[in-house]
Design a binder for this molecule. Structure first.
Ligand code: ARG
Length: 412
């Protein structure tokens, strides 16, 4: 079925995708490897050489950090996208970009197939397959690890038999995925949801106990809904995220421990580290409370939840995402200003916010007697606001008498 076919594989340099590469070659395919730098910090040249050694016909390395930040992370910031209110979706945002780049590479080499190393139990397979269906329905997607159901020990055995280098160091019990927006850690002892993660799990964040005794204040500046400066220094988004990962991580900020509902119906226990993502979304939300109206904030919060879900569910390249983006974009024009946070031993606390177009008006809000708010008009407003409640009570009796209409015999 794969004989003579050109297949472009999303290659990370790890065991799964190395096994996939060999597997494709042994099935008579002509495999190409594509490695994307999304800020995960692997040395790209080593990965490329490894792919060629294993048998890739060619291996491509692309630095996609800026594209990832500007086209995937940026809309997620504007949407305050947190799945389950906690997970900043870095893996879910990366997969559609990887799939898009696979399609581009497939077009370049004239491939009919693309491939990824996802298992059959996770969300990533859905994201790759659905993205590919959305943007290149003519291509066939191959997922060797899923379709031929290799276990980890079988993969290691297969790798050894086929001269694929397997790290000799005692293998980490964890499964890790990372890019510039965050890092996930799963498996091993973490599969017990009652097991507290040990410190060896974490790479981007200090433990709160080990974090500096002095708090660190940081100011994030926003323009049109996106962070553009850190402590007054203008930075491109990729660099701003990297810098904030360092600063907030050092203070133990950015750890998440959650039970997550996967798209395929499984509940999983996830540990995340996302110092920059969580502080940026926290600050962005805060600035919105200062610059957007009550109605827009309320409506946007339901949009945000849907946005996080569609991102999680692999529906990035769909009309719903495009339509929600248009709404969100419209709201972000006024979201310019700065938010100050205090980072201290694992906590991140908002301590200040300013905006040139702030809707906060001290003259209205103040309890000083010279407030411009017209208190006399409050009583008329309340009389009308409460009218439906008053009318209900006059027909059904007040809640105090506990006379509810579900018991008709009490009405007579
Ligand atoms: N649970 C997260 C998600 O579904 C992270 C998945 C990490 N992926 C991986 N292959 N390790 O987006």
């Amino acid at each position: 079925m794969l004989k003579g076919k050109k297949v472009v594989l999303a290659y990370s340099g790890g065991l799964d995708t190395s096994v996939c590469l060999k597997w494709l070659e042994q099935r008579g395919a002509t495999p190409y490897a594509l490695y994307l730098d999304l800020g995960q910090g692997e040395p790209a040249d080593d990965v490329r050489n490894k792919a060629l050694d294993i048998g890739a016909d060619d291996a491509f390395v692309r630095d996609a950090k800026t594209e990832f930040a500007e086209e995937y992370v940026a809309p997620a910031i504007k949407a305050n996208a947190l799945y389950g209110g906690k997970y900043p979706l870095f893996t879910a945002l990366g997969r559609p970009l990887i799939a898009k780049k696979l399609v581009e590479a497939a077009r370049e080499v004239g491939a009919t197939h693309i491939a990824h190393g996802s298992t059959g139990k996770g969300n990533d397979q859905v994201r790759f397959d659905v993205t590919s269906a959305s943007i290149a329905p003519d291509l066939t997607v191959v997922a060797p690890v899923r379709d031929w159901n290799m276990s980890r020990p079988e993969e290691i055995e297969y790798a050894k038999e086929n001269g694929i280098p397997v790290p000799v160091t005692r293998e980490s019990p964890y499964s890790v995925d990372a890019n510039l927006w965050g890092r996930s850690i799963e498996a091993g002892p973490l599969e017990d949801p009652d097991h507290e993660p040990t410190e060896d799990v974490f790479e981007l964040t200090a433990s709160p106990e080990e974090a500096p005794d002095e708090p660190r204040y940081v100011e994030i500046g926003f323009e049109g809904g996106l962070p553009t400066s850190l402590d007054g220094e203008e930075l491109p988004l990729v660099e701003l995220i990297a810098a904030l990962n360092g600063i907030a991580g050092e203070h133990g900020v950015g750890r998440v421990d959650m039970i997550e509902d996967r798209l395929v119906g499984i509940k999983s226990r996830e540990i995340y580290e996302a110092p920059a993502a969580l502080t940026i979304v926290q600050a962005h939300k805060e600035l919105e409370t200062l610059t957007l109206t009550k109605d827009v904030l309320r409506f946007k919060s339901t949009v945000e939840q849907r946005y996080a879900e569609l991102t999680y569910d692999g529906l990035w390249f769909t009309p719903l995402k495009t339509a929600l983006d248009a709404f969100i974009e419209e709201t972000q024009k006024a979201v310019t200003g700065a938010v100050r946070l205090k980072l201290y031993k694992g906590s991140s606390t908002i301590v200040g916010r300013t905006a040139p177009q702030a809707l906060y008006n001290k003259d209205l809000a103040t309890y000083d007697p010279n407030s411009t708010f017209d208190e006399a008009s409050a009583s008329g407003f309340i009389a009308l606001w409460g009218l439906p409640a008053r009318q209900w009570a006059s027909v059904h009796g007040g809640a105090e008498q506990n006379q509810l209409p579900s018991q008709p015999e009490l009405q007579g």
